[in-house]
Write a protein that binds this ligand. Structure first.
Ligand code: TEU
Ligand code: CA
Length: 552
């Protein structure tokens, strides 16, 4: 049975699982994951216990950016399947108590979308205003010096009508003009088209960029952003209990409440990326990573937990399809891979908010190590290669940076079985399978009750059973400790205390009175502890959670 549509907060005790369709499961041997492949793996997700699948884009697309360049919003990419198969996915998921969150990219389209083809055909086209066209500057130069996220100018000249069009990503991803009311109502009808097919809601790609005003150099947080979102919610979400998640790289605790505050009636929640970007000095910084700093990381999580304590809602994640693998980035993907992957899961899943699992995270999948540029597939990595080399970086340094932070790390195929193509395809996979699939795979995890997979399964189940995990207050413990990550979740009757050693060595530490409790162990990645003493020694990456009575 699908959760009741009446409860507008039906998603609050659910965990979301992100599928990157291209890399999840191939069903026909063309080396590309597809919708029938996903359907064949739904039992696996049901056993894990997830309530929602966030499906990265499956719409028709020339795949310049793997589907984040949509050419038809009402159709499915032939590589991925058909509209009927998409409807089957919704139905088969619902039968397993799982609902589908689609990934809607409406900041831009593909340049192959009919709208853009029409728009570029003539200055008088009635689709001209769907996009952003400007006259050249003096000497035929771009209207201004704005740069795109993927590197290079944000303006491309189109010979046919002798104007520039604006694009915040690749030139093949022209930006839509949200100032145009007709465009905005098109977006509403697309949303209705999919809601009528039974999906639970949308993850809205780069939603903080839609209200750009390029003439004034504005990209994120344009002055009319919240007018547009309120209009969208009012006209297409109202009365439907739609889950809406905005991707907002620019979000701060203050602006997050503008999107997700109760009275605002805009979105259910936003993704913010402060814990990710604190490690990058600037846009090029992604390719030159800094050392990890736990105190800084905790400060960010603690700040967000406090900011959205009584209004708004947090999205909790370590990884996604744009980020490196969580265990490689934040944990230890060698000796302590299993312990550290479980620790990361425990820390995230017992916080307040909605936890997101990126496919393969529940197996402890790691970054891949590519040796040369031709192994990479991602448009962002390939573009930045030329930019970084042009800036004097060495080839070896760039490859090292891309291996650490590049988006392809997340996009290597899901590791189902040992060896070969890891059960992902019977053909040639579109991107290399990580050779460690021999050891790290779903078959091995499912067979071992101590695996990372079953650790996640337990955490997901806890959120359904224990109310304080969903709604309890969050109180940081030892916030300035350089190795220990700890907090307490409190409600009127019960409390959960979570303590983790975020380091590769044993750590002896003292905890305050509020944390020295006894009770039942609800999660552990070593021998379970039933009480926390004033002074304890935790083993490498040890993470323990105890539930107790908060009235004692
Ligand atoms: O990502 C937004 C985005 O800005 C990322 O490209 C991010 O800045 C980059 O990875 C950091 O280096 C969304 C999608 O999640 C991404 O896959 C798309 O490529 C992008 O939008 C364009 O649609
Ligand atoms: Ca396929």
């Amino acid at each position: 049975m699908a959760p009741t549509k009446q409860d507008p907060d039906w998603w609050k005790n659910c965990v979301v699982y992100q599928i990157y369709p291209r890399s999840f499961q191939d069903s026909n041997g063309d080396g590309i994951g597809d919708i029938p492949g996903i359907i064949s793996r739904l039992d696996y997700l049901q056993t894990l216990g997830v309530g929602i699948i966030w499906l990265s884009p499956v719409f028709k697309s020339p795949m310049r950016d793997n589907g984040y360049d949509i050419s038809d919003y009402r159709n499915v990419a032939a590589q991925f399947g058909t509209l009927e198969e998409m409807e089957m996915l919704v139905a088969e998921s619902a039968a397993r108590n799982i609902r589908i969150l689609m990934d809607l990219v409406v900041n831009h389209t593909s340049d192959q979308h009919d709208w853009f083809q029409e728009s570029r055909s003539s200055r008088d086209s009635c689709f001209r205003e769907y996009y952003i066209w400007r006259d050249p500057g003096p000497d035929g130069a771009a209207p201004n010096g704005m740069q795109s996220v993927f590197g290079g100018p944000a303006w491309t000249f189109d010979v046919q009508t002798e104007q520039y069009y604006f694009h915040q990503f690749a030139p093949e991803q022209p930006d839509l003009n949200w100032q145009n009311e007709t465009l905005r109502s098109e977006v509403q009808t697309i949303i209705e088209f999919w809601l009528d097919r039974g999906i639970a809601g949308f993850r809205l790609d780069v939603i903080d960029l839609i209200a750009k005003e390029p003439d004034r150099g504005i990209t994120a947080n344009g002055p009319r952003l919240h007018d547009y979102l309120r209009e969208l919610a009012e006209n297409s979400f109202r009365g439907r209990s739609v889950l809406s998640v905005g991707e907002a790289w620019s979000a701060t605790p203050e602006t997050a409440l503008l999107y997700s505050g109760r009275e605002r009636r805009e979105l259910s929640m936003v993704f913010q990326f402060e814990h990710v970007t604190q490690q990058w000095e600037d846009r090029l910084g992604k390719w030159q990573p800094k050392d990890f700093d736990l105190i800084a990381l905790k400060r960010i999580f603690n700040k967000w937990q406090a900011a959205l304590e009584s209004d708004g809602w947090n999205s909790l994640f370590w990884g996604n399809h744009d980020l490196p693998r969580a265990v490689s980035k934040y944990g230890n993907d060698g000796k302590y891979r299993v312990q550290s992957a479980k620790m990361l899961a425990t820390i995230l899943h017992l916080m307040k908010g909605t936890p997101y699992i990126f496919q393969g995270e529940e197996l402890g999948m790691t970054n891949i190590r590519f040796n040369e540029l031709s192994d990479f597939r991602d448009i962002e990595t390939l573009n930045y290669h030329d930019i970084c080399i042009g800036n004097g970086m060495s080839e070896a340094d760039f490859i090292a940076g891309a291996n650490e932070n590049g988006r392809d790390n997340a996009r290597t195929p899901m590791q189902w079985e040992p060896g070969g193509t890891a059960g992902f395809t019977e053909g040639e996979p579109w991107i290399a399978v990580n050779p460690n699939a021999m050891r790290i795979n779903a078959v091995a995890c499912l067979a071992d009750k101590d695996s990372i997979y079953w650790h996640y399964q337990n955490l997901i189940a806890l959120r359904k059973k224990i109310e304080v995990i969903v709604h309890g207050r969050y109180e940081p413990i030892l916030p300035e400790h350089p190795e220990i990550f700890a907090y307490r979740r409190v409600s009127e009757s019960s409390a959960v205390v979570m303590i983790a050693n975020f380091s590769g060595g044993p750590v002896t530490f003292d905890i305050p009175d509020s944390a020295s409790v006894g009770g039942a162990s609800i999660s552990s990645n070593y021998t379970p502890r039933f009480s926390f003493q004033r002074r304890m020694t935790f083993l490498p990456y040890e993470a323990q959670a105890i539930i107790c009575d908060s009235r004692r």
